[in-house]
Design a protein around this ligand. Structure first.
Ligand SMILES: Cc1cc2nc3c(=O)[nH]c(=O)nc-3n(C[C@H](O)[C@H](O)[C@H](O)COP(=O)(O)OP(=O)(O)OC[C@H]3O[C@@H](n4cnc5c(N)ncnc54)[C@H](O)[C@@H]3O)c2cc1C
Ligand SMILES: NC(=O)c1ccc[n+]([C@@H]2O[C@H](COP(=O)([O-])OP(=O)(O)OC[C@H]3O[C@@H](n4cnc5c(N)ncnc54)[C@H](O)[C@@H]3O)[C@@H](O)[C@H]2O)c1
Length: 444
């Protein structure tokens, strides 16, 4: 039964929000969580983000045909969604409200449900509404064969030729995945160089690997229009002042994600947003309105599930007088792009260390010399680490090799505990493993 007043109200069933709701329930504190879609319990990550995409990627790696992979992914997501729902629904202190929330005032929220509208008040409100695909203003973009990451993962038939707009996280992961499923993939990226933030040797290695797998990459391209005809779409783009066109079966728009704030009527609560529409928060994740916090993608922090979870930790610590109560206390965290050879990053690379004028040393090895890489038949790749010469501390690491997404967590522990690079160099690792490559990577 829905009450009219709650101590804690969470808008959006995302990673941070659901974890916060479970925390309140565990403390025997009343909490209501509002979710606008019954296909989104558990949020982006489990329904339309990390989990379904990595399920498809894993099955593509294993050579499972697309249709079967799609079914496996659907079953997994359905199962996780149910579990996420049940985990909160089964607690005595949490109430799940199906509907779309918008503010009436700082303490009053309207929820538009299927059959009715309810007005709720709350002492504390937490906004966890996430982000959604940003759609560039390109002629013909609403055509029938044009998808975003969510709608593309819904299709049951693999496109013969997929064209991807945007070479960021989603663009690269989907390009590599559909290549493995057997599609022809063309990727158009507006930036002048491939992976502009990476060191050139790493970017070239990743580029070479993708091209070897069949990717056609067109950098510095401006898409001018999509002309959708029955089963195909003609993509027209401009490069070097010349216009070119080609037909494709499907287009994926992967040009970033924008905050999900449109329907929230934030002005009514006095909640300010920045110029990109993200909710402005301070280091304690408090919005400009008293007793209203924002966590996850919607507050403009890096868009990763583990950052939304960490936002939860920060809020939990505030509410329980714990020490980890500010984003200023957040240490370095890694990122990983899940390609057939994953690439993972933490901290500085040569480019950024040079820009900062640091006195550093670069350690670099090729994956080809790592026994486990040979066993895995994944000898492409490069491993790099940046070490501060005066202190011996690791400033950053970029790994493009098998199991990079796991290895980077070891480097993170070393960095965040201020260990010398010699600790990783001299450690005894299991053999044969990718981790033992740190013995060689950090050797002079
Ligand atoms: C294809 C893809 C792959 C990704 N892969 C990874 C990955 O491998 N690793 C990683 O760390 N991150 C990945 N991400 C990013 C990650 O999914 C997000 O950063 C994370 O899920 C954000 O969680 P959140 O807590 O901000 O909110 P979300 O999980 O986005 O949840 C927000 C919820 O709020 C609901 N909502 C919105 N507005 C309202 C409203 N007005 N009223 C009620 N409910 C509302 C939404 O329906 C949604 O369920 C990926 C994203 C995508 C799209
Ligand atoms: N493995 C992971 O952790 C993972 C995986 C997928 C998504 N994500 C998260 O989701 C977010 C969104 O992913 P994304 O790939 O959509 O965004 P992104 O910001 O990572 O990349 C967008 C890319 O599109 C390009 N672009 C923008 N407009 C363009 C245009 N008109 N034409 C051609 N190229 C254009 C940009 O230059 C950029 O390279 C990521 O930033 C990341 O935080 C994480």
């Amino acid at each position: 039964m829905i009450k009219h007043h709650y101590k804690n109200l969470i808008i959006g069933f995302g990673k941070g929000g659901k974890t916060l709701a479970a925390y309140f329930a565990s403390q025997q504190e009343e909490v209501a969580i509002i979710e606008k879609s019954n296909r989104m319990y558990g949020g982006t990550c489990i329904n339309i983000g990390c989990i379904p995409s990595k399920s498809l990627i894993t099955n593509a790696d294993a050579g499972t045909p697309y249709k079967t992979s799609h079914e496996i992914k659907e079953n997994l997501v359905t199962d996780l969604r149910k579990k996420n729902y049940k985990k909160l629904a089964d607690t005595h202190y949490a109430t799940i409200i199906d509907g779309e929330a918008s503010f009436i005032s700082p303490k009053k929220v309207k929820v538009q449900m299927a059959q009715q509208e309810v007005i709720l008040t709350a002492d504390r409100i937490f906004i966890n509404t996430g982000a959604s695909p940003s759609i560039p203003d390109i002629k013909g973009i609403d055509g029938k064969n044009i998808y975003n990451s969510t709608t593309l993962m819904d299709i049951r038939e693999r496109p013969e030729h997929l064209t991807i707009i945007g070479g960021g996280f989603i663009g690269l992961e989907f390009a590599d995945m559909f290549l493995k499923f057997g599609s022809k993939v063309t990727l158009l990226e507006s930036a002048a160089v491939f992976l502009p933030h990476e060191d050139r040797d790493v970017a070239d290695a990743i580029h070479g690997h993708l091209v070897k797998n069949g990717l056609q990459l067109i950098a510095e391209a401006t898409v001018v229009q999509f002309d959708t005809q029955t089963n195909q779409t003609i993509v027209t783009y401009k490069k070097d002042h010349l216009e070119e066109s080609f037909p494709t079966d499907a287009v994926l728009i992967a040009t970033g994600r924008t905050p999900e704030t449109k329907g929230l009527n934030l002005e009514a609560a006095g909640i300010a947003t920045d110029e990109r529409g993200y909710i402005k928060v301070n280091d304690r994740l408090q919005t400009t309105a008293e007793n209203i916090w924002a966590l996850g993608d919607v507050n403009g922090s890096p868009q990763f599930t583990y950052i939304s979870l960490d936002d939860f930790r920060i809020i939990k610590n505030q509410l329980s007088a714990g020490p980890y109560n500010s984003t200023d206390k957040r240490l370095l965290y890694p990122t990983a792009v899940f390609l057939s050879l994953p690439y993972a990053r933490i901290g500085l690379n040569e480019k950024t260390a040079t820009e900062k004028g640091l006195h550093f040393k670069t350690f670099r090895i090729k994956a080809a010399g790592i026994p486990k890489a040979a066993i895995l038949q994944q000898k492409d790749g490069i491993l790099k680490a940046i070490v501060d010469i005066p202190t011996g501390k690791i400033l950053g690491c970029t790994l493009f090799c098998a199991e990079a997404h796991e290895l980077i967590n070891i480097v993170q522990l070393a960095i965040n505990n201020a260990l010398s690079y010699k600790t990783l160099r001299d450690n005894i690792y299991t053999h044969p493993s990718m981790a033992e490559s740190f013995n060689d990577l950090f050797s002079e």
